[in-house]
Design a protein around this ligand. Structure first.
Ligand code: 5GP
Length: 173
């Protein structure tokens, strides 16, 4: 069942604006590649890159780990690879939420294997209390407590992604 609003549309817009200005200041003259981790990132990703008024490239990667429930299986399988050549480029990995850290840790390793100049992680949300693997998030929207959230790209069994704000999902029963 859909619960309370955890992050409103206004709060999301403020976070995305702030992150876009932080990143804009950092990428002067660099033309980085922004790699969105599908599918959860899409709304955040498009809002973010449109606010960065500098040359950049966009690409996407998709991995599967969560299945359709609310608990990670802990194994990450590549579903869709990037097409950009990232050798000697600055890469920004854009994710919706860092939970255990397993997904981003594995995705960052896949990207680093192609010899980019740098890899930086951008995430809208983070649940630090759930971390199993250390992940260095360079640009973060906000930390949240250990609740399962949906909306603004985040799903439960592929539902709720299109909600414009972020809600808590209350488990049935
Ligand atoms: P991690 O590998 O860090 O444990 O999990 C990352 C992925 O798990 C996220 O990209 C997201 O797809 C999913 N995930 C983790 N926490 C939540 C949550 O609270 N809500 C939703 N909808 N997905 C989550």
């Amino acid at each position: 069942m859909l619960g309370r609003v955890v992050i409103s549309q206004e709060e999301i817009a403020e976070m995305v604006d702030r992150m876009a200005s932080e990143i804009s200041a950092e990428i002067e003259g660099r033309s980085p590649v922004f790699v969105g981790v599908l599918k959860g990132c899409v709304f955040f990703f498009t809002d973010l890159v449109q606010r960065i008024k500098k040359p950049l490239e966009v690409d996407f990667i998709q991995v599967s780990s969560y299945g359709s429930g609310t608990n990670s299986s802990g194994t990450v399988v590549l579903v869709k690879d990037i097409t950009a050549d990232v050798r000697d480029r600055d890469v920004y990995l854009v994710e919706d939420i860092v939970d255990t850290g397993v997904t981003l840790n594995d995705v960052a390793a896949m990207i680093r294997a192609r010899h980019p100049r740098s890899v930086r992680i951008v995430s809208l949300l983070s649940k630090p209390s759930r971390r199993k693997v250390e992940v260095d998030v360079a640009h973060l929207g906000m930390e949240i407590e250990d609740v399962f959230v949906v909306g603004y790209g985040l799903d439960y069994a592929e539902e709720y992604r299109n909600l414009p704000q972020i809600h808590e999902l209350i488990p049935e029963g």
